[in-house]
Design a protein. Sequence first.
Lengths: 267, 365
Amino acid sequence: MIRPDAPVLLEICDLHARVEEQPILKGVNLTIRAGEIHAVMGRNGSGKSTLSKVLAGHPAYTVTAGSVSYMGADLLELAPEQRSRLGLFLGFQYPVEIPGVSNLEFLRVSTNARRAQRGEEELDTFAFEDLVRERLKVVQMDPAFLDRSVNEGFSGGEKKRNEILQMALLEPLVAILDETDSGLDIDALRIVADGVNQLAGPDNATLLITHYQRLLDLITPDYVHVMAAGRILRTGGKELALELERTGYEWVDQELTSLGREPAEVL
Amino acid sequence: MPNTADWLTQLAGVPLPGRSQEEWRFTGLAALEALAPELWSGVDPFAQLSLPAGISRIGADQVQGLQQQVLKATGGSDAWSVRLNQGASPRCLALRVAGAADPLQLHFDAGAAPGLLALQLVLVLEEGASLDLLIQHGSSGPNATSLVAVVQLGRGAQLNLGLLAPGDASASLLSHLSISQAPASSLQLTTAVGGWALSRLEPCISQLDGAAQTRLRALQLVDGQELADTHSQVRFEGPDGQLDQLHKVVADGAGRSVFNGAVRVPRSAQQTNAAQLSRSLLLSDRARVDTKPELEIVADDVKCAHGATISRLQQNELFYLQSRGIGAEQASRLLLRGYCEEVLRELPAAAAALNPLKLLLREHP
């Protein structure tokens, strides 16, 4: 939902970042207001996933220039846990398996960290069980997964549902979903997309990172951005994703060439 | 008062093992040599024991024969720790289990009294018998506990044996576990040891005619100046035996951890399926881990897998937790607990009430 007067939640200006010595982001600009759903598309290596990790504060990435303002604060100054507590959420492309750590305990500690930040009372084991059972419905998840270790032995679809369950518990203001659709069959994709649609509202925003139109058939974006060579090359409405589906990414190469960059740089 | 090294030599009948012996290459006995040269004189831990249904005592006349039989099968007879134990006037408990016995718990706490406490346990599980046994060690003073447990599993017997041993930085633990398995028997041995100046565990298992199942789970933690050593040995003396072994280490401070995992598969042990994994977590630059698989495989139609990893806490796991609002310190603690829990949750059920994680982790506030 686009409302020009809605408050700006996230503002990325001329963001440059590298991993080890390799520059990946080369000047990303993006403004996200409350109520909006953005999709970032692009080929492998265009910098989409790097953008999501930089926003979440992954220690392997170094920001070399630019700024990110989140709810008026300097996001890049905050530790990853602080970003989460303040309502920034990253749904991982590859959720991490943590043997021996109970999923339920993990979800509770995480939820309480966010609640404490919001000045809400922390939930004890019993109160939390009630909450989590209610939120399980968002992703139609089997409660048996609560008793297992975090993501351990979960199928691809179960891991992604577990991500959306975390999102449902943390109630983020800005949710970044990094290739949430990868590795999902059509039923799991529908469940995950339903979950995201249920959680999207006028006061929060969603940033979908995806390769494919098929996720956007289920979650309608307000804006579609095409990333290439570490920046956003073009921005449009949902019809831009359909156009990409039709024409592929070849025009990206032409556009990059006309900008004086080698298409090879894309990879 | 005699010199402690001389006294120990006299008890064992052979000189103290030194670094020139492969079995003791990384394991100095300084902590034992600092002991007062006297036998521990506390209350006999076996005195007041009441036995659950299905478990009876074995007559003293049979004990020695049983010990010799099992120690011969496992090759434990010549172990220095066994010799020392035998020379130190051990207190002995010998039990026979028939049918499905109720769980048994034995608690050997050397307390603060000085000296060397020697204990012997003889356990026979008859054909088809089953038992959950949790042995708990403890200490709060400058002493050493030497345990020699000799276990015979009859055909189809099932033993779930746990050893939970949170120690004291001035105390030592020497634990030799010789276990013989008849075909179709199943052994689960879970050991969790931490906090001792010196600990040495010697699980020596022999599948007498193969065709048995052995599952070993171990966690050993060192911090400060502690030294923990596990020398395990599994022998397959017949075909179709199975072994699943996981040995985990947490090394912090200037602690030192040693693991040697021997697996012997002679020609007669075709179709053996054995897997051994050693995983070590190094939490400090000063800690040291020595880990070594020792596979001796003569049979040609077998599966024997082994692997060893030594690492710090996984950065991707830490980041995942942090990205969910969990601070770096709490995240590290959660990961460490999870790492330990993977082994601790396999202890016999009675262990849960003792909160083994809390006993072993000595978490910094």
